[in-house]
Design a protein around this ligand. Sequence first.
Ligand code: GTP
Ligand code: MG
Length: 323
Amino acid sequence: MIQSFIITGFLGVGKTTMLTNTVKEYFGDKKVAIVVNEFGDIGIDGDILSNVYSEVLEISEGCICCQLAEEFESGVIEIMNKYNPEIIFVETSGASEPFPIFLSLQNLGISVEGVICVVDSKNLDTYKDNSTAKYQIGGSNILVLNKTDLVSDTELESVKLEVIQIKEEFNIKNTMTSKPIFNNYVVSSANQGLVNKEVFDGIYEVNEIAGLAKDYKHDDHTSKDSITQNVAYLKEGITFNDVDEVLKNIPKSIYRVKGVVKVSDVDNPLVVNYSFGNVSFDELKEYAQPSIMIFIGESIDDDVKTLCSKFDFLNLPQFRLKK
Ligand SMILES: Nc1nc2c(ncn2[C@@H]2O[C@H](COP(=O)(O)OP(=O)(O)OP(=O)(O)O)[C@@H](O)[C@H]2O)c(=O)[nH]1
Ligand SMILES: [Mg+2]
């Protein structure tokens, strides 16, 4: 039976980082396939992950937990037929709930070994009131407190208590029996997504999932979520400093920026990552598309326009571009 893990967690908490670091470290000897679904129309994670793994399927333009169950399932079937993987990792978008994906994988006869929710230990307080974030914790059985390098031991301890509290309150239950779906869960910590190997050891029995599958009613949250994204294209010939200046001027409403940019003073294309004020850059070997930056946050349209008028090398598309 093919095994799988679902990696969920709010925007920018470190899901892709976990896939590029931990998974490579522990599952390097297995045939691994990755399915990634990003928030919004245009994906970056597929490009990042393709530089590390040979078999990456990117599903964008929508949310796999709401509108894309069919596309997700046919994509997974395709990847199984083509590649015959031993293990599949699914990175959900930061705005989706893991449970419908769990059900889809089970429908396909794939064993779900664990649902991992990555938590940003530094910024949980900023995003914990978002309802999807709560259900991501409630619908997971492996809770990983990531970015431990950014908090003290005392802060980490209080984040852990907070996460346990949310887990208990939003723990996903069988609608008929009211019993929790997961018999057990673990809380672990990580730096750069690197968790202990034991976390992947699948100790988590699941209760009566078939009964629930019939009754599980999933709210389409994408229509009511206030999180949106804007994509800007960058002119050619800019320098690293230009990009850095933009990142120093991100308003509070935008809490996530990701992109791939080509700058004249660095040889390789750069992956740009900004989450809750923290910035990182990584070089990418291959990227054949134009330089873009994706801004994600709440009610950000005006702020993105202001940013684009301040930096004239940032251009908003005049119409919605599709991949
Ligand atoms: N300081 C620190 N930064 C981290 C850690 N893990 C990830 N990051 C940074 O957090 C940012 C977001 O990481 P990603 O792995 O792209 O997060 P994600 O959850 O996949 O983001 P989305 O797919 O956009 O929701 C990047 O800048 C990472 O370098 C960590 O343990 N410590
Ligand atoms: Mg990601």
